[in-house]
Design a protein around this ligand. Structure first.
Ligand code: TXA
Ligand code: MG
Length: 341
């Protein structure tokens, strides 16, 4: 049975119900500023194992541990480099995750067998309150069935997990819409493992040089350090094709492809930042990087519900949040992209 707790405003009385579930080793889905998380007590091995089972997640793909106070980091990470302190000072709470050497108390199920742990402090009152009232660090991957687009509203979580987890906290739509930026601080310079809600440019302003793991741009490199990057992700049922290049040419190409696919009898959906199309379904993602990031996963889920066979997506520039958006889009497309000159 799943209890859905309506919490558009923080309510500590209701929160105690959810916090009790966490302490009992049960699963609670909750909003963060990025996407909804599927949470359990990070140090409770049996509880964490249930997250993997519920999501159908490969056991070697580690989870992010969520904290509410910087002090909690000392209980999870063995060493805390100066960079972590400086970045946390500037960006926590916020959409930035650090990978650090783990302490022994962190079970290896939580870290997918790695000797490092990923930690972040979410910028969401409900998430912070759940962590504080439960008195636990909370391991939480995105609250979607493994491989599906991440959830940006409680309805998405209900679609994937109703009846299969104990509790869902409905805190409305998430603000950012793409997951946190993951940065490995065990090497110097730090390495970007996943672009996300905090733009790389912002991190560089604070720490100077940051390397980009090749998996970020989709190269099949050694994924031992970025295990999350090797799995097909964010994939709707439809086949996604990304079209990149100069905007006008991209829109003309999309119009051509719509005709071509429809002539072959396919139902075609389009995701773009404007223009008008004669497609079976069309989602306008908005103009700014922020709007596009916020609407991306919802759009993929929406188009799936319209039973389209093909989704044609307009690519955007890989700067600011655009790097995270394109990383998700290319993964959803299984790297089927058309690059126009
Ligand atoms: O915004 C977010 O980060 C959301 C919300 C719920 O906080 N969470 C999230 O979790 O996106 P998940 O499990 O969907 O993605 C976690 C990512 C994966 O790519 C995983 O491989 C990586 O973080 N990760 C976790 N621990 C790691 C570690 N020790 N070393 C390298 N990568 C790690
Ligand atoms: Mg995920």
């Amino acid at each position: 049975m799943t209890i859905v707790i309506n919490m558009r405003e923080l309510d500590e009385r209701k929160m105690r119900i959810a916090a009790r579930f966490i302490r009992e080793g049960k699963l609670v889905a909750f909003p963060t500023e990025t996407v909804y998380g599927l949470g359990a007590d990070a140090l409770n091995e049996a509880a964490v194992r249930r997250i993997f089972e519920a999501k159908g997640r490969p056991p070697d793909n580690p989870l992010i541990v969520h904290i509410a106070d910087f002090e909690q980091l000392y209980g999870l990470a063995e060493e805390i480099p100066e960079e972590a302190k400086i970045l946390a000072e500037k960006f926590w709470p916020g959409p930035l995750t650090f990978v650090l050497p783990k302490r022994e108390v962190v079970p290896s199920v939580t870290t997918g067998g790695l000797d490092t742990v990923a930690v972040r402090m979410p910028a969401n009152e409900i998430a912070l309150s759940l962590i504080r009232i439960s008195g636990r660090a909370i391991a939480a991957p995105s609250a979607n069935i493994s491989g599906k687009p991440s959830p940006t509203s409680a309805e998405h979580v209900v679609d994937d997990f109703y009846g299969r987890i104990e509790c869902i906290i409905d805190g409305g739509e998430t603000e950012i819409g793409v997951e946190s930026t993951v940065i490995d601080l065990t090497s110097s310079p730090p390495v970007l493992l996943r672009p996300g809600g905090l733009p790389l440019e912002e991190i560089k302003k604070v720490v100077g040089k940051v390397e980009i793991h090749p998996a970020v741009r989709g190269y099949a490199a050694d994924t031992a350090k970025a295990p999350g990057m090797k799995y097909r992700h964010y994939a709707p049922n439809a086949r996604v094709v990304v079209v990149e290049g100069r905007r006008e040419r991209v829109r003309r190409k999309i119009a051509e492809l719509i005709e071509e696919y429809r002539r072959k009898g396919f139902r075609v959906g389009v995701m773009a930042t404007g223009g008008s199309y004669d497609a079976d379904a069309y989602v306008n993602l908005g103009k700014s990087e922020e709007e596009i990031a916020k609407n991306l996963f919802k759009a993929l889920r929406e188009l799936d519900k319209k039973n389209v066979d093909i989704i044609l997506a307009e690519g955007i520039e890989e700067k600011g949040l655009g790097l995270a958006v394109m990383n998700r889009l290319k993964k959803a497309a299984g790297y089927r992209t058309i690059m126009l000159k």
